[in-house]
Write a protein that binds this ligand. Structure first.
Ligand code: CP
Ligand code: NVA
Length: 308
C-alpha cells in the first residue's frame, strides 16, 4: 500500500501486522529508545483543523525514529484555495518524504493521495479517522490480548468519522460492533456497506440500534466521542438537545461487562458525552489510548517507509 487513508483498504492480516509492529516499537521505545528507522525522512503535516494528539504524536513519532516533521497550518497552504490540491501534492512530493493531512472533505485527502508521489496518511477527515482506529485497536489488544475475537465493542453517540474507523477495525479483527445513536445521526451508509462486507469474512456481528442501554449490555468496550465534530459547530445547540440520553455516565457503565473499558478519542467535552466520574474512573483508558496514537503511528509510518 502506498497510502494510509482508511482501515478498510487493508486486509485483516495487514491490520494485525501493523498492531504487532506497534507493540514491538512501543516496547523498544520504553526500553532503550527507538532505532533510527526514519533517519533522513521528513513528514509534512497539513492541517485544515486544530489538533493536539495527531499533531504532536506524529511529530514525536518521526523524532523518536530519527526523522523530522514539518507543520503546515491552514493559513499557510490554503489547500485547494490558494493552490489546487493536485499542485500542492506534486510540489510537496519533491520536498518531503510523506504527507499527513487533516482535512474537512474526505475527497481532498483522496485527491492529495492521487497526485502525490509520496505516501499520504489520513489524519482525520469528515468520513473517517483511521490512525485513531489503529490506536484504539492497539489499546483494546493490550487490554484483552490478541485472541480477542468475539469481543463486544459498543459505540454510543454520533455516527461520525471516529465511529466509522472503529467499526471497520472491529470488523477486520472479528470483534462485534454495536452502535447506538439518535435517529438522523447514523454512520454513513457507504461505511456500513463496507463494514458488512468485512464482517461477512471475519464473523464479526454488527448491530445498528438507537438504545444506549441495549448497546452496552455485555460490552467489553464502551466508546464515545463528541456530539459535535469539527466543522459542525453551527449545529451545536441542536445536538445538545438530542444527545443527552447518550451520555456515557456511571449508570450506563454499570450496565456493561464488569471489566468493561471506556474509551474516547479526545478531546472530550466533559459532562456532556462523558462524565468526569467515568473519564477519571477505574474503567477509563482514555489517556493510555491517547498515548497509543504515538506507537500506532510509528507502525503506520514504518510500513509506508518500508522499514518494518
Ligand atoms: N483524537 C484526536 O485526533 O485528537 P486531536 O484532534 O487533538 O488530534
Ligand atoms: N469526531 C471528532 C474527532 C476529533 C478527534 C471530530 O471530527 O471533530
Amino acid at each position: 500500500m502506498k497510502d494510509f487513508l482508511a482501515i478498510s483498504d487493508y486486509s485483516s492480516e495487514e491490520i494485525k501486522d501493523l498492531l504487532d509492529i506497534a507493540l514491538k516499537l512501543k516496547k523498544q521505545c520504553f526500553k532503550k529508545g527507538n532505532k533510527k528507522l526514519f533517519k533522513g525522512k521528513v513528514l509534512g503535516m497539513i492541517f485544515q483543523k486544530p489538533s493536539l494528539r495527531t499533531r504532536i504524536s506524529f511529530d514525536m513519532a518521526m523524532r523518536h525514529c530519527g526523522g523530522d516533521a514539518l507543520y503546515l497550518s491552514p493559513s499557510e497552504i490554503g489547500l485547494g484555495k490558494r493552490e489546487s490540491i493536485a499542485d500542492v501534492a506534486r510540489v510537496l512530493s519533491g520536498y518531503v518524504h510523506a504527507l499527513m493531512a487533516r482535512v474537512f472533505d474526505h475527497a481532498h485527502v483522496l485527491e492529495l493521495a492521487k497526485w502525490s508521489e509520496i505516501p499520504v496518511v489520513n489524519g482525520l477527515s469528515d468520513y473517517n479517522h483511521p490512525c485513531q482506529g489503529m490506536a484504539d485497536a492497539l489499546t483494546i489488544v493490550e487490554k484483552f490480548g490478541k485472541k480477542s475475537k468475539g469481543l463486544n465493542v459498543s459505540y454510543v453517540g454520533d455516527g461520525n468519522n471516529v465511529a466509522v474507523s472503529l467499526m471497520h477495525v472491529s470488523a477486520k479483527l472479528g470483534w462485534n460492533f454495536t452502535i447506538a445513536n439518535p435517529e438522523g445521526y447514523d454512520i454513513v451508509p457507504e461505511a456500513v456497506t463496507i463494514a458488512k462486507k468485512i464482517a461477512k469474512e471475519t464473523g464479526s456481528k454488527l448491530k445498528f440500534i438507537s438504545d444506549p442501554h441495549e448497546a452496552v449490555k455485555k460490552a467489553h468496550v464502551i466508546y464515545t466521542d463528541t456530539w459535535t465534530s469539527m466543522g459542525q459547530e453551527e449545529e451545536t445547540a441542536k445536538r445538545e438537545l438530542v444527545f443527552p440520553p447518550y451520555q456515557v455516565n456511571a449508570k450506563l457503565v454499570s450496565e456493561a461487562d464488569k471489566d468493561v473499558i471506556v474509551m474516547h478519542c479526545l478531546p472530550a467535552h466533559r459532562n456532556h458525552e462523558l462524565t468526569d466520574e467515568v473519564a477519571d474512573g477505574p474503567h477509563s483508558v482514555i489517556f493510555p489510548q491517547a498515548h497509543n496514537r504515538l506507537h500506532a503511528q510509528k507502525a503506520i509510518l514504518a510500513r509506508l517507509f518500508e522499514v518494518a
